[in-house]
Design a protein around this ligand. Structure first.
Ligand SMILES: NC(=O)c1ccc[n+]([C@@H]2O[C@H](COP(=O)([O-])OP(=O)(O)OC[C@H]3O[C@@H](n4cnc5c(N)ncnc54)[C@H](OP(=O)(O)O)[C@@H]3O)[C@@H](O)[C@H]2O)c1
Length: 332
């Protein structure tokens, strides 16, 4: 992806675009600076800033004006320096993975998108360093990765909250294969991944069991949960499959013979029926998710929406608010 100061030759310009590209040799004005929420070092908390240079769409890239995103646990992990030992960080690190927005410019040889198209998707946390994020007014992405056309029936706020959790839930459905003769236990059903997965498993006819808090009863029934258990009580059931998005030691002793276990935490263990999920933002996955969102098999529950200026509060909410669905972030 192109970053700071790359040449903009040959790119289209959106009608009504707010900014002009600076001619070579001219000084950038304040108008051409971008607001973003960034982590600038491991020693300081992330902050809102308004001085990042406008990125330029290189050949095969899109410049996207981001309108909406959401908070995912990986955002809090990056903000807290948890990935420090795992991947190189290229500061400033822009936080945020999910995005929905509008193509503002296209680089040369872009064929799939035009200026004004609405897109959605998510950015990988490591690509190949920890650097790019979606909590910025303008970002660049390659046209054939990380984004796809936004589902038509969703508004930008809903579309910006769905991609990462939705694709993880789809990956869980692919491997757990819910059907009407199966009972599936979902640990963490109320959150982002769990809420999407419960809807998918229930649409496939499975009997979905979810440990939760008393206040979650109505929310989880609406998603299609068949049975709600006390989340603080010991589980005394056997099931055909488990999606556990919470535990680093999932309870595989609850599985019937031949049962399947999936974890997005790398905690599923080894073996043919153990699945460690990794969400991939391919256009194919985004299109599959988009169809399920468009036909309302999947609904996005936006529990709260935060302005970009309150992104720090949104990150804190991950640990101090009981989540039902997604926490949205309004970028512009
Ligand atoms: N590998 C991948 O590609 C990938 C992709 C997506 C997500 N993930 C990971 O998957 C995990 C879940 O993501 P998410 O977006 O769904 O997170 P989330 O939105 O925070 O959801 C987690 C949900 O689980 C609930 N919960 C916590 N402890 C529980 C318990 N003991 N029993 C039942 N429910 C419990 C939480 O309730 P409270 O709000 O009360 O805590 C929350 O509603 C995160 O660790 C994330 O990093 C990995």
């Amino acid at each position: 992806m192109a970053h700071k100061g790359a040449e903009a030759r040959g790119e289209g310009v959106a009608r009504g675009a707010r900014r002009e590209v600076a001619a070579p040799g001219t000084i950038r004005t304040e108008e051409q600076l971008v607001r973003a929420f960034t982590l600038d070092s491991f020693e300081s908390p992330p902050r809102l800033r308004d001085d990042l240079p406008e990125p330029t769409a290189a050949e095969g890239e899109l410049l996207i004006r981001v309108h909406a995103s959401s908070v995912n646990p990986v955002d809090a992990a990056i903000a807290g320096g948890v990935l420090k030992e795992m991947a190189e960080h290229d500061f400033p690190v822009t936080l945020g993975r999910d995005l929905a927005g509008v193509v503002e410019r296209v680089g040369r040889d872009v064929s799939r998108y035009q200026i004004g198209d609405e897109v959605y998707g998510f950015l990988p946390a490591v690509n190949p360093t920890v650097h790019e994020g979606s909590w910025a007014e303008l970002i660049t992405v390659p046209e054939f990765n990380f984004v796809a056309p936004k589902p038509r029936n969703l508004d930008l706020a809903e579309a910006g909250a769905a991609p990462l959790a939705g694709i993880t839930a789809l990956a869980a459905r692919d491997v757990l294969e819910p059907t009407s003769d199966k009972t599936i236990l979902v640990i963490g059903a109320t959150g982002g991944v769990g809420s999407f997965f419960v809807q998918l498993a229930s649409a496939a006819g499975a009997h979905v069991v979810a440990p939760a808090l008393p206040e979650d009863e109505g929310y989880l029934r609406d998603l299609g949960t068949s049975e709600i258990l006390d989340r603080d009580a010991d589980l005394d059931i056997t099931v055909d499959a488990i999606l556990d998005v919470v535990s680093y030691a999932p309870r595989d002793e609850l599985l019937n013979e031949g049962g399947r276990l999936a974890s997005p935490l790398g905690a599923a263990g080894d073996g043919p029926l153990r699945f460690n999920l990794v969400a991939q933002p391919t256009p194919e996955n985004l299109q599959r998710l988009g169809e399920l969102l468009d036909d309302r098999t999947l609904r996005v529950h936006l529990q709260r929406n935060y302005l970009l200026a309150h992104a720090a509060e949104a990150l804190q909410a991950l640990s101090n608010v009981h989540k039902q669905g997604k926490l949205g972030v309004e970028i512009a």
